[in-house]
Design a protein. Structure first.
Length: 227
C-alpha cells in the first residue's frame, strides 16, 4: 500500500481538487492501492479533512485523518529514539498541554531522539519542537537539570558513554570541543574564528555547560555565555 501524507494546519478547499490527483499519480507509479492520510492541526481541521471528496459518478475519495488528540504522549527517550518522527509529532501535539511538566518531558525525549539524525532533519525537528511548546514549558525546559534527567534512561547513558569514548580517542577536552563545535554549527551555521578559538580554549566543565545551554539557546552567543 502507498500512503500520501498531507500535514494540514488550516482549512484549504483547493485540496479537494489536488488530493485526488496525488493519490492517482502515486497509484499509477507504484501500481498498488493508495490512501490519503491527513495530519490535522486541530479538531476543526480534522472534521473538515475527513469529509469525502466526490470526484464524479460513483467515485469518491475518503481521507484518513489523524488529529493531534490521537497522537500518543511519548515521554520515554528510548521509545522516542525508536521512532524520532513520532516523538516530534508527539511534541507538536502536546507541547501546549496544561501539564507543563509532561510537555517538557515529551519535548526533551523528542530532542534526544533527533540528535542522531541528519543535520537538515535535526534543525527542522528542533524548531518544530520549540515552537510547539507553551511559554511556561519553554521556561521550564531552559531551567531543568538535564544532566540528572538524562542519566535516568539507558538511552541517555549510552549517549554520555559515546561522548566519553570520543574523548578517550582524541583527548577528552579536544573531543568535547569538537562535538560542541559541530552542534553549534548545525544549530546556527558557520562559526567565526573567534568562536572556534573560544571553544577550543574552554575547559571540560565549560564545554559541558555550553552543550546543555545549546539545547534551548536562541543564538550561538547565548549558548556560549553562562548568563
Amino acid at each position: 500500500m502507498g500512503i500520501v501524507v498531507e500535514v494540514q494546519l488550516s482549512r484549504d478547499d483547493r485540496k479537494q481538487f489536488v488530493w485526488p490527483v496525488y493519490v492517482a499519480n502515486l497509484r499509477a507509479q507504484i501500481k498498488c492501492p493508495v490512501c490519503l492520510l491527513v495530519v490535522a492541526g486541530d479538531a476543526a481541521v480534522a472534521r473538515w479533512a475527513a469529509r469525502p471528496i466526490y470526484i464524479g459518478g460513483d467515485h469518491r475519495l475518503v481521507p484518513w485523518v489523524l488529529g493531534l488528540q490521537g497522537i500518543p504522549e511519548i515521554t520515554d527517550p528510548q521509545q522516542a529514539q525508536a521512532d524520532p518522527e513520532l516523538a516530534v509529532l508527539s511534541a507538536i501535539a502536546h507541547g501546549g498541554d496544561v501539564d507543563t511538566a509532561k510537555s517538557v518531558k515529551i519535548a526533551f525525549a523528542a530532542e534526544m531522539a533527533s540528535r542522531g539524525l541528519d543535520p537538515d532533519r535535526l534543525t527542522l525537528y528542533y524548531d518544530l519542537i520549540m515552537t510547539s511548546l507553551s511559554e511556561a514549558a519553554r521556561r521550564e525546559l531552559q531551567t531543568m537539570d538535564r544532566a540528572k534527567y538524562q542519566y535516568q534512561s539507558d538511552f541517555a547513558k549510552r549517549y554520555v558513554a559515546e561522548g566519553k569514548a570520543e574523548g578517550e580517542v582524541n583527548g577528552q577536552r579536544a573531543g568535547k570541543a569538537s562535538l560542541v563545535a559541530r552542534l553549534l554549527t548545525l544549530r546556527f551555521g558557520s562559526l567565526t574564528d573567534e568562536v572556534q578559538t573560544r571553544i577550543a580554549q574552554s575547559s571540560i566543565a565549560e564545554l559541558d555547560a555550553i552543550g546543555e545551554r545549546l539545547l534551548t539557546a536562541a543564538t550561538a552567543e547565548e549558548a556560549l555565555s553562562p548568563h
